[in-house]
Each structure stands twice: as structure tokens, then as C-alpha cells.
Design a binder for this molecule. Structure first.
Ligand SMILES: [Cu+2]
Length: 502
């Protein structure tokens, strides 16, 4: 059990949205968007009586930190920092209100831990609790500290609930993830033996690498193991609202909520092609286990045969039909509750598709979360022969692509690989891969299937226009199974862990 204490500071800021679909556009082709949001993050963790300060500068009681804290004013982006904890931890979030100087608005703010089982006093709904005023004086800021005792693992979100129609649209939201604890897994029969292997009801689970922790399970269920996880925080932006809020103090004009008409659709605060780039809120690998657990990377990059979890969160005002190419997902949870199908499959000891809640498009309403588990299985055995050799008297796809390339090389895509570092964009071209006899990497898009939301709008110039692709679109890249892996004798899958069973 740990006491995890976050400090969030509410303020305003700007993000830049692409108005083109070129991968690394010049800054002047971007749309500035005025936003509200939270900055800050994890302040301290107390475990077994030991206090670790993750960011001592967030200690708002220390006057030495006032300059730093005030310097965060105006630095908000979308989304706000990820917060996470284990079941049974105590989660505290201290809220400071830095104000929103660009617009001059002096609104109070709250933190609503959406989906959390908290007492009404802590709910962040100001009409039934309280809100936090702006920090005006050079004394210790007025704060409130929210408390959440996480009982259920799953995917949650948080947002400000002051004038929610406005403050949520302006961007005051972030992801909240609760993992099972070692104890909660044990109560579900999931334990670790002395050699580090995971067991379920006393049976060693060879498909789960020993390096996995309790945070490689989405729920207290053996069927919710994943190798990698990704947050998909979806939202939509009405540029006119944002511009109106930015100038409302001068103009006296506010927006009419019933005219909501978004023209940007975001994944983790960004529109394609920015979704292919490394996310600025992502910490370096291994930098700090308290901080590197989760991030807002939009580009999914896994090895073939890995299991990956998509934590879908819809903070927009529109329903999102989220479609994933390449594989069918298994809905292992919704709104922080494990799918009942998992228990059913477990009870009758089957794991076939017919006993799971599978699909290829997940329809996500505002305020909903879904946990989608995918297995990046290997398509080479089924499709490699046709692609490289041809079959059924149809020539190889490689030779067909080669002929198309001779008509126009641009017909064969140069696909950017993960992560796209502008200035050094690495690409894959399938004609070249054919020449090397290589099947990997594979690339699968996932996107909002309201395809008009897979666009970016240019509102800077007349006439206004939109470009495709843009908006809520990103990729899953799967590389070849690792060469240093081993073929598991139990499940027949390829695993990264090379150690033999003990
Ligand atoms: Cu607010």
C-alpha cells in the first residue's frame, strides 16, 4: 500500500493543431488553440513509512517554491497529467488554481475523479461540494486536497466540473488508471511463486513473462494480462468556443452551448499526423518507475505476439466509433469493471472467441471507458505465401506492387515508423521489403469511423478547408517476433523471455 500524492495546478495555455496532413509541417501551418488544463503531477509517494519526493518543487506550503509554482501559469496543454495508483493505495490530489491570464477569467476549479467511488464532499461537483479559488496573494495558496481510496482496478478519468460544459471543452481532463494490487490479485487466485513465475490457482502461467508485475494486469483476472498498455484519451474541439472563451472578457460575448460544432478530433490531445510523434508528456524510459508507468503515446508499437491493452477514454461530447484494423479486440472491461465474459470463460475453462466480448469497432460515449485487449498475432503463416510467391495462379502481391511502382512510385506508401522524430523520419516501403523477403513491420490504422472526423481543418485562411487524413487517427506498428524469444511449448506462442521454466 502506498500513499500517492499528486499536486495539480489549474491554468490556461495553448496547443498547436496541425492544419495539414504532412508529417512534419512548418510551425506557421498550425492552428493555435487556447485551452485550460492542469499541470504538475506526482508530488510524493509514501510506502512502508518511507517518503519519496518525486517533485519537491510541488510543495505548495514552502514559500521557496512560489516562484516555480507561479511560473507554471499559462503552461497548460491537453491532456492533463496521467494519475495512477494500485488498488488499496491512498490517492491524494491537491488542487491549486493559478488563474487563466490570457483570457483574464478568474473562475474557480475542481477535480472530479470520474467514476471514483468517493463521498459527495470529494466529488468535485461544485454545486454539491466546493471549488478552489484563484491564488491571488504572495502567501500560501488556497488549496483543497481530494482523497480517493481505489477499490476497483480499471480505466478512469478526471476533469474539472466547474461550468463543465465550458471547462471540459476547454481541455481540463486527464487519465486516471487504477491497477490491481499484489493482494487483490492474490484474492483472485493470481500469485507469484518463489521463482518469479505467475500462477493461477496454483498452475504456472508460462505465457506470462517473469519480468511482469502486478501492473501488467488490467483487472483481478488472469485473462487480463498485457505486455504493453496505451491510453487513448479521445476529445473533440470546437474552435469557435475556444476563441470565444479567450476573448470573452473584452467582448462580453460568450458561446451558445447548443451550437457546439467541433472541427478538431484528438487522440491524447493531438490530431494526426502529430499522433505519430513522441508525446511531449512522456518521460524517458526507465527514468523513474513512479513516473514512467504510463504515458500519452498515441502510436502503438509492439512486437508480433505481444498482448497490448488500449485504455479507451472518451472526454469529448460526441460518440466515437473507434475502429481498429488488423485484429479483433477483446473488451475485457468497461467503466472500471471486468467483463462478465471473462468469468464465464474461466468458469468453463475455455478461451475461445465465442466466449468473449470481441469486436472490431468499439462505440464509446462521452464519459465512458473501455479496456480493449489485443493480441498482435502473426499474419505471415496465412498471408506470407501469397504476398511473396503468389498462389492459386495469381502472381505474388510483391510483383503486383512492383508493377504499380513502375507506373508511379508514389502509389506505394512510404510509411513512417515509430516514433516519428522530425528531422530524422524513418520510413518503410513494401516494395523494398519485398526485395529483402521481409514481411515485417506491419502497420494497422485505428481511427474514428465517423471518417469526416479523420480530418484537420484550416480556419486560418479563406476559404476554409479540411484535409484528410487528420484528426482521430493513429497507427499500430508490429515488428517481427523477437529473435531472442522462445517458442513456448505450452501455448505455442513466441515469448520475449528466454529463460527456461524452473
Ligand atoms: Cu475548471
Amino acid at each position: 500500500m502506498a500513499i500517492r500524492h499528486y499536486v495539480l495546478l489549474a491554468t490556461d495555455g495553448f496547443i498547436k493543431l496541425p492544419t495539414e496532413n504532412t508529417l512534419c509541417p512548418l510551425p506557421d501551418t498550425r492552428q493555435d488553440l487556447y485551452v485550460f488544463g492542469f499541470v504538475g503531477g506526482l508530488y510524493q509517494v509514501t510506502e512502508n513509512g518511507c517518503v519519496t519526493y518525486e517533485n519537491k518543487n510541488l510543495d505548495w506550503k514552502n514559500p521557496d517554491n512560489f516562484t516555480y509554482l507561479k511560473s507554471l501559469t499559462g503552461t497548460a496543454t491537453i491532456p492533463s497529467p496521467v494519475m495512477w495508483a494500485d488498488v488499496g493505495d491512498r490517492l491524494y490530489v491537491t488542487l491549486i488554481n493559478l488563474g487563466m491570464p490570457t483570457s483574464g477569467l478568474e473562475d474557480p476549479h475542481t477535480i472530479h475523479l470520474h467514476g471514483a467511488h468517493v463521498a459527495t464532499q470529494l466529488d468535485g461537483f461544485p454545486e454539491t461540494s466546493f471549488s478552489v479559488p484563484m491564488w491571488m496573494e504572495e502567501t500560501v495558496p488556497p488549496t483543497a486536497t481530494y482523497y480517493f481510496y481505489p477499490e476497483h482496478p480499471g480505466t478512469y478519468m478526471y476533469h474539472c466540473h466547474v461550468e463543465a460544459s465550458e471547462h471540459v471543452q476547454m481541455g481540463m481532463y486527464g487519465a486516471l488508471v487504477i491497477y490491481p494490487s499484489v493482494d487483490s490479485l492474490a484474492m483472485a487466485g493470481i500469485t507469484r511463486n518463489c521463482c518469479g513465475w505467475w500462477e493461477y490457482e496454483g498452475m504456472v502461467q508460462k505465457q506470462i513473462p517473469r519480468c511482469s508485475s502486478h501492473r501488467n494486469f488490467a483487472y483481478n483476472n488472469i485473462g487480463t494480462y498485457f505486455d504493453k498498455e496505451y491510453i487513448r484519451l479521445l476529445s473533440d474541439i470546437d474552435l469557435k468556443w475556444h476563441q470565444t472563451v479567450q476573448t470573452t472578457q473584452q467582448t462580453g460575448i460568450s458561446f451558445n452551448a447548443s451550437t457546439f460544432q467541433p472541427n478538431f478530433w484528438l487522440v491524447n490531445g493531438r490530431a494526426f499526423p502529430d499522433t505519430l510523434k513522441p508525446h511531449p508528456l512522456t518521460y524517458g524510459e526507465g527514468e523513474n518507475e513512479n513516473l514512467t508507468q504510463l504515458n500519452y503515446e498515441s502510436y502503438v508499437h509492439v512486437a508480433t505476439d505481444q498482448k497490448f491493452l488500449l485504455r479507451m477514454i472518451n472526454m469529448g461530447y460526441q460518440v466515437v466509433p473507434w475502429h481498429i484494423h488488423g485484429w479483433h479486440f477483446n473488451v475485457i472491461g468497461k467503466d472500471a469493471h471486468a467483463s462478465p465474459f471473462l468469468a464465464f470463460a474461466d468458469a468453463i475453462h475455455v478461451h475461445g472467441h465465442e466466449y468473449m466480448d470481441m469486436g472490431f469497432t468499439c462505440t464509446i460515449g462521452s464519459g465512458e471507458t473501455y479496456d480493449l485487449l489485443l493480441m498482435a498475432d502473426n499474419k505471415k503463416p496465412l498471408y506470407g505465401n501469397y504476398i511473396f510467391n503468389g498462389q492459386d495462379e495469381i502472381p505474388s502481391l510483391c510483383s503486383q506492387m512492383d508493377e504499380l511502382a513502375q507506373i508511379d512510385p508514389a502509389l506505394i506508401a512510404d510509411i513512417p515508423t515509430d516514433p516519428v522524430l522530425c528531422g530524422d523520419v524513418k520510413t518503410v516501403n513494401y516494395v523494398e521489403l519485398c526485395g529483402k523477403g521481409e514481411f515485417f513491420p506491419q502497420f494497422y490504422p485505428m481511427h474514428n469511423h465517423d471518417d469526416y472526423k479523420v480530418t484537420n481543418t484550416n480556419t486560418l485562411e479563406e476559404p476554409n478547408f479540411s484535409v484528410y487524413p487528420g484528426g482521430q487517427l493513429t497507427f499500430i506498428q508490429t515488428d517481427a517476433p523477437p529473435e531472442d524469444g522462445h517458442h513456448c511449448g505450452c501455448c505455442g506462442k513466441h515469448h520475449i523471455e528466454i529463460e527456461e521454466m524452473e
